[in-house]
Design a protein around this ligand. Sequence first.
Ligand SMILES: Nc1ncnc2c1ncn2[C@@H]1O[C@H](COP(=O)(O)OP(=O)(O)OP(=O)(O)O)[C@@H](O)[C@H]1O
Ligand SMILES: CC(C)(CO)[C@@H](O)C(=O)[O-]
Ligand code: BAL
Length: 291
Amino acid sequence: MATTPAELSKAVTELLEATGKDRPALGLVPTMGALHSGHAALAQAARADNDVVVASIFVNPLQFDDPADLARYPRTLDADLDLLGQAGVDLVFAPSEATMYPGGLPLVRVSSGGLGTRFEGASRPGHFDGVLTVVAKLFHCVQPAVPAEFRAYFGQKDAQQVALIRRMAADLNFPVQIYPVPIVRAADGLAESSRNVFLSEADRRSALVLSRALGRLQENASSRRPLDLPSAAALVSATPGVELDYFEVVDPLTLEPVPAGVQDVLSGPALALVAARVGGIRLIDNAELHG
Ligand SMILES: Nc1ncnc2c1ncn2[C@@H]1O[C@H](COP(=O)(O)OP(=O)(O)OP(=O)(O)O)[C@@H](O)[C@H]1O
Ligand SMILES: CC(C)(CO)[C@@H](O)C(=O)[O-]
Ligand code: BAL
């Protein structure tokens, strides 16, 4: 395990050199720990594609607008290291807050622009500036002293995060390819999330309405019926203990809203995004729609 950028870069360089290749492939899997099968899928995808795989574990204070959310974020380092080892990760970067932000929280940050203030960004002000800033730092910290093909893996569960990281890489010329990994769901359909541990049994049952409502939109889209987003949103809102935050149908790349009323039939691929509080825990989910 590396805990400083210098240790990380040296260890990554040695691993890449040991491959004997001119331009080996390096995969990075950024996480905040409390790992589950969704993270394992990211690590496995990176393992399948790359010569060397690094995962990072860092609960980034910069992306939390709610101090209570940060304080109770689950931390399970030993189990995380086991999971990453089993997934074939070569090296873990687990820096302290003082290592990542030695001068306190940074003055200069990456701005996520207008897209960063919608959906998740509207409920969590500053969240995406914090995400992009730490991801930019991680991209820099992992850079080796030898040439490598650099890839980074992010879960499609955080669809807005993927869209923004892609934009950051393109807009700021980061030498990285962004690889989205499909959402991993539990057997009951709930998208895996580190915060699911906070759900009571009853809350968890209620939370299933999110994937059910997304499934209804997918059926409408694939059978060329009107999407009828208002009915799907009403299904969520009518579930006891569930407080709907947003439910939108958007363009998969730009995340610009797509018409999804009671008469709108989809004319191309789209993405349905939903967020809700269930028993006080904020959950997000999404699904691709194909007309
Ligand atoms: N169910 C999932 N399927 C695929 N990828 C996932 C899933 N859950 C998380 N990820 C991805 O794992 C990476 C690390 O996410 P993170 O550590 O924040 O976990 P998380 O479960 O999303 O936690 P939380 O949502 O409670 O913050 C992100 O790229 C995220 O999109
Ligand atoms: C990408 C990330 C690791 C940055 O802290 C975080 O936002 C996450 O876990 O999705
Ligand atoms: N998976 C997104 C990280 C967060 O909720 O802060």
